[in-house]
Design a protein around this ligand. Sequence first.
Ligand code: EPU
Length: 445
Amino acid sequence: MEYFVVAGGSPLAGEVHIAGAKNVALKAFVASLLTDEEITLHNVPLITDVFFMLDVLKSLGVSVRIEGNSVRIRNGHMKKSTVPLEVGARLRTSSLVLGPMLARIGKARIPNPGGCRIGARPIDRHIEGLMKMGASIAYHSEDGYFYASAKRLHGTVFTFPKNTHTGTETLMLAAVLAEGETVLKNAAEEVEIDDLIGLLRAMGADIRRRAPREIVIRGVGALHGATYTIMPDRNEEVTFAIAAAVTGGNITVRQSVRGHLGAFLSAFQKAGGRAEIIDETSTRYSQPGPIRPTDIVTRIHPGFMTDWQGPWALYMTQANGISTVHETVFESRFSYVSELRKMGSSIDFFDPPVDDPESFYNFNWGDRIEGYHQAIRISGPTQFHNAVLVMEDLRAGATLLLAALTAHGESYIHGIEQIDRGYERIEERLCALGAKIIRKREEKL
Ligand code: EPU
């Protein structure tokens, strides 16, 4: 097992190039299952989740070639209908293969999806939609597999009961080769979904967003090969922006897409952060004055993303006053709180009064278990001291790494396989900006 040793206290300054978006790359791999021809993807981040997902494809007999940050995928021989448990259960996106497998071979057996431990994360909305398109799907609790089959998927009008990012993509990937027209209503609006639509269109699919929350797909007989460049990862950009602000440095982000960061940029400005436009694709982030407290409520797109709330909470520990963060998308995404407390932060849980929780929250209210809280109150500023920390999930991992960079002294961070899932060579890129991070391997006693 590896861990980080982080010596905090250095302002981070310089330039950083943002990697391709994890949450597009993983779905683009699945899209490649929809054709026999080659798909070439550029700007693929070299992160563990990408390798896990490529293992899912390989387990189905698909050939994969990685050349730098480009991946060539050819699905000439997809005959296998089972994703092995040890391969598929490692990441949530593996369930996306259901659609293409049903469309191409009429059956699929996939393990209950894994992914970050940030709540129950069921896929009921995906399954309901696929069944409306003609699939039969049953979950066998004795082996932990979903068994799915369909003679031919057909178009339908499906209204998602609540927002689901991957659920929207699952149905898109199923509908592009289905018979007839599919209309997805109350479809998710996250920008990563539109990048996937771009790839599907480049492959010959007839798919478009007709209204902000409506996607129309007309099934076609076959799709063809394509070459596509994955958009930059907006979660990385937010991470580097906050890194600049909390360490008192300035970071120029290249491959910046400010249009993807609306809710973040307005909150950043309220907190006294500065996002200077250098040119069309470059933004310089800094914190010219004191950090001001804020009240944040995470929301589905175009709201303040749930993925940003951990690093944001860390930012607010450095603000002068009381801040709050109310998580509404996932029912459990505060694993970093206990770790930040170890470093001296003052953070309390609370549950803001909500009239109708089932309609207010994006998760199923019934999935919430005793002891979960939906909001935190942060009293700042806190000068962190060093600590031994454990990353429980990817975004909590980014939060703790930033915290250690802000702290006095040397911190030890375990569980770094979590951050490796979603950030390419994170410590190298932070060190190039002046951070002091060493990756070490635990010695066996
Ligand atoms: N949900 C259900 N039933 C469903 C689908 C979702 O109850 O059938 C619940 C989830 O448990 C969650 C909420 O609805 O509480 C939202 O889930 P959604 O399906 O929108 O999220 P996701 O597709 O599982 C993706 C990203 C997440 C990101 C969210 C929100 C990928 C692979 N993952 O998750 O990214 O936080 O959308 O935008 O695209 C990350 O990158 O660290 C990450 C977790």
